[in-house]
Design a protein around this ligand. Structure first.
Ligand code: EPZ
Length: 429
């Protein structure tokens, strides 16, 4: 199993190209199931989760062609996928595939909406929380699908198609909102989605669906209205930049000190996180190429942050911020309100010399003058990169084990950090 070796203490200076967003690319690829025509997606990141989804879509009969390199393109360019779901030959998503990547459960919506049936394995447990799918099931049920749970599978049937309805989410759910929007796009009549998620990835998917002929309004707000259409066509769409990757590298630059340009980063996609960095004493400058992050000499001030749905501080940057606050001059508090078990990185950061107390959903981080390198274990995607951020500033060598977690959501991390002066290398096998 690959590991990453980091020698800490190097400031970061240079440019980091931000890739397309994992959490937009996955639902966009799944949206291809809604049409028999070809959906072309540009700026798709090269990630393990994207490759896993290609296998899942292939199992349904989807053909995916990856465009070859074009002249002038470098490895920094995202890939272009030509996705054709002309013939869906299987409406079952098996446990062996779904259990490897939860978001694949989202194929439920386009399959039942277009094919009138779907049999989708329940995703099972997750390191960061129980993560039920009851609200996703509720959404397709509200649109008229008959739902049965058989042998760990959700079996959805709507032989006469789906019908528009009002869907009110009792809590904000990204997956639930994607599911409702995709299913409602082919339902007869109007659907009104209340208490919808406002994450930028929701608006990116709605934008693409509207290019495919859907009639969606209000994406990005708490109320989304979908006028169902009889069919959708092909389209071409570029995946928006990854705000979580942007925030992660911003915190890495803040941790080590230095001057880094996050190329293609868009401040409006992560304003809450950038505001927290400014409160911590980091200089944040939007430019026409992206976002410049500078910290020279000034210490880090402690901050108090609570995670919440967009536009508040994202849970997917909580671990990275905690790593940063281990070096602040004072005590910070971070409250995690989205997932009930998202502090797996605390024990590993403590191995690097951090001082962190947990009390239910609240962590108290007492800043220390210096971290010290040690072998640590990655437990989930965002926790693993928080260990990388801490190791970049730790004295000596850190070995991060189980980096397959990182590969799920960070494209060419060693290369991007190495270009800015970090001493990072992958140890294979
Ligand atoms: C998406 O997960 C993201 N995943 C997550 O990113 C992200 O952390 C999360 O949204 C919140 O922003 C992708 O986009 C692929 P939710 P999702 O439904 O849709 C509860 C990463 O690191 N809930 O918004 O699964 C749920 O348990 C990943 O890239 C129900 O109770 O999250 C949680 O407490 C991790 N019933 C809360 O709602 C349901 O049916 C929000 O979850 C669905 C969710």
């Amino acid at each position: 199993m690959d590991r990453i070796r980091i020698i800490g203490g190097h400031r970061l200076n240079g440019t980091i190209p931000i890739s397309g967003a994992k959490n937009a690319a996955l639902p966009l690829m799944i949206a291809s199931l809604l049409t028999e025509q070809t959906l072309i997606l540009d700026n798709v990141p090269r990630l393990a989760d994207v490759a896993q989804l290609e296998r899942i879509l292939g199992n349904h009969g989807v053909d995916i062609m990856v465009s070859g390199k074009r002249s002038g393109e470098t490895a920094d360019h995202g890939q272009t996928l030509h996705i054709s779901a002309a013939r869906i030959v299987d409406t079952t998503a098996p446990y062996e595939l779904v259990s490897k990547m939860r978001a694949s459960f989202w194929v439920l919506a386009p399959l039942v909406a277009r094919m009138g049936k779907a049999r989708i394995s329940m995703p099972g447990g997750c390191a960061i929380g129980t993560r039920p799918v009851d609200l996703l099931i509720m959404a397709v049920e509200r649109l008229g699908a008959k739902i049965d749970i058989e042998g760990g599978y959700v079996v959805a049937r709507a032989p006469k198609g789906l019908k528009g309805a009002e869907i009110v989410f009792p809590k904000v759910t990204v997956g639930g909102t994607h599911t409702a929007v995709m299913a409602a796009s082919l339902a007869k009549g109007t659907t009104v989605i209340e208490n919808a998620a406002r994450e930028p990835e929701i608006a990116d998917v709605a934008d693409c669906l509207n290019k495919m002929g859907a009639r969606i309004s209000g994406a990005g707000t708490r109320q989304i209205i979908v006028e169902g259409v009889a069919g959708l066509k092909g389209a071409r769409h570029a995946v928006l930049p990854d705000r979580i990757e942007t925030g992660t590298y911003a915190m890495a630059a803040a941790m080590t000190g230095g001057d880094v340009l996050l190329q293609n980063g868009r401040p409006e996609l992560l304003q809450a996180a950038l505001d927290v960095l400014v409160r911590a004493g980091v200089t944040v400058m939007p430019t026409n190429q992206g976002i410049r992050i500078v910290r020279n000499g000034a210490g880090l001030a402690p901050v108090d942050v609570t995670t919440a749905p967009f536009p508040e501080f994202p849970t997917d940057l909580q671990a990275q911020l905690m790593a940063l606050m281990t070096r602040a001059s004072g005590t910070s508090h971070i409250t995690e309100t989205i997932f009930e078990n998202r502090f797996m990185h605390v024990g590993e950061l403590t191995r690097l010399g951090a001082r962190i107390q947990l009390d239910g959903e609240r962590a108290t981080i007492e800043g220390v003058p210096q971290l010290k390198g040690a072998p640590v274990m990655a437990t989930d995607l965002r926790a693993s990169v928080s260990l990388v951020i801490a190791a970049l500033a730790a004295e000596g060598e850190t070995i991060v084990n189980r980096v397959y977690h990182l590969d799920r959501g960070f494209e060419r991390l060693e290369d991007k950090l190495g270009r800015c002066g970090a001493a990072v290398e992958r140890l294979s096998g």
